[in-house]
Design a binder for this molecule. Structure first.
Ligand code: PMP
Length: 398
């Protein structure tokens, strides 16, 4: 009856959000969503920040600047410096979650048919956004050290791409879904390729602060200072969702001024500005030093949960499942050794009140049927152990 725009004629929703309906099943233990643990939110710190921020009525209740409240931009620039990726507040755009940052970037950069490179497996909302933008998505494989930069170099040099890619999307630190982290050597090689072939690297970094073992690596944006000609070719996204609370919907984009200026124009028609109320709360929260006080508690708790999940998989599902222990983040990427189909296995698991995301959700062409993503962030340690026992029972009867 209606004449929809081509991208929305037969849209498919997020495969992960499709699973939400099972969350309300009584007793369900979910390894599915990338949700932070609700009991680890800094309720006290956020309540205090909200109470103080609410005093500034005009700031909180009025429309704000499209690029973000100045007090928040200052705090985010300071946070980036503490992370070893200094930037000025002017280089930074506040967005309604980093998800919006990617959407704005696509609007200003990618026309239908443009080539875009994506690591595979990839964060599904990225694949979905690219599909809606009608981009020509070309995938690059990943391994335990993150994006396979040698495969990318081979692809760029083979001359088989119909055009120079507009951008390459990657989550280089504790990736969603693989948990992998791009090695330093590969980071430098990737920056060189971007400068040489003139494509943008989109560095999505919501998980970098959640490191529980090993030493931190510099972001691609920070490293770009060492690789001549590469700085302009890096766009960096980050977010308070995984380290403070996703309900704030505070993300940010750091990019070349020419890109950022256009993203601001695009944002004007999307939401005029991100909520000044939650921006003011976030600014106060960061200025109070609460993040530095609270973050170690989150990281320690995730370290314990990650160990609990990996130990349980090792003992309960030894031989049946293969995986790598991540050094941070929220995810374990696993593979069924017996060639079982993870989507069928999920149904058997849902019957036993445990769920995960089948790996196909992270592939452009749904090719990898044996993989699955498990998030250890939300459930408690006891539930993690019970959940893996249920997975074992489901596999035995599959
Ligand atoms: N990028 C990645 C890799 C993510 O996993 C997520 C959230 N799951 C986002 C972006 C979006 O985060 P935000 O809440 O900041 O929009």
């Amino acid at each position: 009856m209606f004449k929809f725009s081509p991208a929305f004629e037969a849209p498919t929703g997020s495969p992960i959000r499709e699973l939400f309906k099972y969350l309300s099943q009584p007793g369900m233990i979910s390894f599915a969503g990338g949700y932070p643990a609700s009991d680890l939110f800094d309720r006290e710190g956020l309540e205090a920040a909200a109470a103080r921020a609410s005093q500034q009525t005009a700031l909180c209740l009025q429309y704000g600047p499209t690029d973000g409240l100045a007090i928040l931009k200052d705090q985010l620039a300071q946070l980036m410096s503490r992370r070893g990726t200094p930037c000025t507040p002017q280089e930074l755009l506040v967005t309604t979650g980093s998800q919006q940052g990617f959407d704005l970037l696509l609007r200003v950069l990618v026309a239908p048919g443009d080539t875009v490179l994506v690591e595979q497996p990839a964060y599904p909302a990225t694949l979905q956004a690219l599909k809606l933008q009608q981009a020509d998505v070309v995938t690059v494989p990943v391994d335990h050290d993150g994006l396979d930069v040698a495969a990318l170099a081979a692809l760029l040099e083979a001359g088989t791409l119909s055009q120079t890619p507009k951008l390459l999307y990657t989550v280089p630190t504790f990736a969603n879904p693989t948990g992998a982290t791009l090695s330093l050597e590969r980071r430098l090689a990737l920056l060189k390729l971007a400068a040489q072939h003139r494509f943008l690297i989109v560095e999505d970094d919501p998980y970098g602060d959640l490191r529980f073992s090993g030493t931190a690596l510099p972001s691609l944006l920070a490293l770009s200072a060492q690789v001549p000609g590469s700085r302009d070719w890096v766009v960096h996204f980050s977010s308070l969702s995984k380290i403070v609370a996703p309900g704030l919907r505070v993300g940010w984009t750091i990019a070349h001024a020419e890109i950022l200026r256009r993203c601001v124009v695009a944002k004007q028609t999307v939401d005029l500005c991100s909520s000044p109320w939650t921006q003011a709360i976030a600014a106060d929260y960061l200025a109070s030093g609460a993040l530095e006080r609270h973050l170690p508690k989150i990281v320690d708790a995730y370290a314990v949960k990650c160990r609990a999940l990996c130990d349980a998989l090792d003992t309960q599902l030894a031989g049946a499942i293969a995986f790598h222990r991540p050094a941070g983040g929220m995810f374990v990427w696993a593979r069924l050794n017996g060639g079982e189909n993870a989507a069928d296995y999920l149904h058997a698991c849902i019957e036993r009140n445990v769920m995960f995301v089948p790996g196909v959700a992270f592939y452009k062409d749904n090719t990898d049927t044996a993989a699955l993503r498990l998030s250890f962030a939300a459930p408690g340690v006891d539930d993690i152990e019970t959940g893996v026992q249920r997975m074992k029972q489901a596999l035995e009867r599959a």
